[in-house]
Ligand binder design. Structure first.
Ligand code: AMP
Length: 416
């Protein structure tokens, strides 16, 4: 049997490990309590010291820091770009320069490291004002506001280092775009790509997209079909020119490329690239591919996607259960009710999977909250509506003090 190492510790890695476990022996480093509870090995050994036929790197930071390069130097097959490709996510200023060179549609922008020029530029923009940290900020470095003074204050907090440390000492200010957002994941093998089902994630903490941006409060897929007009327009205007630009720069990109898009009246525009699977998008994407996933990822790592395609079946919706106070100051250490010893629903509902994001087990063996995002509850079905009903039924069986969840994930998404 093949052996796969998954790198990471969240619900994304739980979803990957859970899906890959049907085709391979899976080891996760470091993993989490929910993954271990399902009988999947979690080890603290660094990836570089493990042996496997395939390495799948979950989070962006190790990719930006060159983990995939180190693994490839040892001849290992890796899903995840080297540090050169990972700059697409690691620096927003680099991303914008790259997109201009590639001819990919994106918001107008300026890059600033002093307050006065940033404010002068903001004064030329119309609301909403968009202020981003240049460096990595765990998905929380973006302010979108109609309030000019709030935008200026945010620039000051970022540039001073107070808000995001070094990552914020350069800011990118962008034209505010409107439309539906879409997460479009492709697997790239250096030359060829395979598109996965378009997904929608819900970034704001509150119902109706109110409140602050978070790492993500839920998601559903498919948002539309991979054979739709929208998908082919995204591929033609965004993905294909991006791969051509990567090739021009001599970057051999092997991994997941996740385009965060705004579907504007003037067509899709790129908000951001991520160089790995989205979280919580993975919790809805991965279950749609079942046993196909292992071959898709191995072929991605080995440069063998030519002629390949991915065929999803059904639909999935995930609802994130977060801790009270998330994202600013989440409570920790509360006992979670409704889970069995395997970390899944105690009632063992069919077509519902519980992915653990931030849990621990206490001495009594109970699961307790460990982080802001605690669990992602995924429902599967033949339509988005059916999947949504199951996800919420499952989520309704779990309780912990002050738990925060949105009630409108995938509401009205209709038949897929
Ligand atoms: P990013 O990390 O760049 O994807 O930004 C996080 C979130 O901020 C996005 O998912 C959007 O909801 C919002 N956002 C980012 N850029 C823009 C923009 N130019 N116009 C409007 N909203 C944006």
């Amino acid at each position: 049997m093949s052996r796969v190492v998954v790198v990471g510790a969240g619900a994304r890695e739980h979803a990957l490990a859970n899906a890959l476990a049907s085709s391979a022996e899976v080891v996760v480093t470091p993993g989490n309590a929910g993954i271990a509870a399902q009988g999947i090995a979690c080890v603290v050994t660094p990836a570089i010291d493990l042996r496997a036929d395939l390495f799948v790197v979950g989070p962006e930071r190790p990719l930006v820091e060159g983990l995939a390069d180190q693994l490839r130097t040892q001849g290992k097959a890796v899903v995840g770009p080297g540090a050169d490709g990972a700059r697409l996510e690691g620096s927003k200023a680099y991303l914008k320069e790259f997109l201009a060179a590639a001819g990919v549609p994106t918001a107008a922008y300026g890059v600033f490291s002093d307050q006065q020029s940033a404010e002068s530029y903001l004064a030329t923009m119309r609301p909403p004002y968009v202020v981003k940290t240049d460096g990595l900020a765990g998905g929380k470095g973006v302010l979108v506001t109609d309030d000019f003074d709030a935008a200026c204050r945010d620039v000051a907090e970022k540039l001073s280092g107070a808000a995001f440390g070094e990552a914020g000492r350069t800011v990118v200010i962008e034209e505010g775009l409107t439309g539906a957002e879409c997460s479009f994941h492709v697997l790239v093998d250096g030359t060829n790509y395979v598109a996965l089902a378009p997904a929608k994630d819900f970034k704001r903490v509150g119902d109706g997209d109110e409140g602050v941006n978070t790492g993500g409060m839920g998601a559903f897929a498919p948002m539309f079909s991979t054979s739709s007009h929208e998908a082919s327009e995204i591929e033609r205007t965004v993905i294909v020119p991006t791969l051509a630009e990567l090739a021009r720069r001599g970057i051999n990109y092997r991994g997941v490329l996740y385009a965060g898009l705004m579907m504007t009246d003037a067509g899709p525009k790129l908000l951001e690239y991520n160089v790995r699977f989205g979280d919580p998008e993975t919790e809805v994407l991965v279950p749609l591919y079942g046993e196909e996933l292992f071959d898709l990822l191995l072929n991605t790592a080995e440069g063998r996607l030519d002629g390949a395609s991915a065929s999803e079946s059904g639909a999935a919706v995930t609802v994130v259960l977060a801790a009270e106070g998330y994202p600013q100051s989440p409570r920790k250490g509360d006992v979670i009710g409704g889970l069995g010893p395997d970390g899944q629903l105690a009632t063992q509902m069919e077509s519902v999977i519980v992915f653990h994001a931030g849990t621990l087990r206490n001495e009594a063996g109970e699961f307790i909250t460990r982080d802001g995002r605690v669990l992602a509850v995924t429902g599967l079905g033949s339509t988005v509506d059916e999947a949504r009903r199951r996800a919420y039924e499952g989520a309704g069986q779990i309780n912990f003090r002050g738990s925060v969840r949105r009630s409108d994930i995938a509401r009205g998404a209709g038949v897929s």
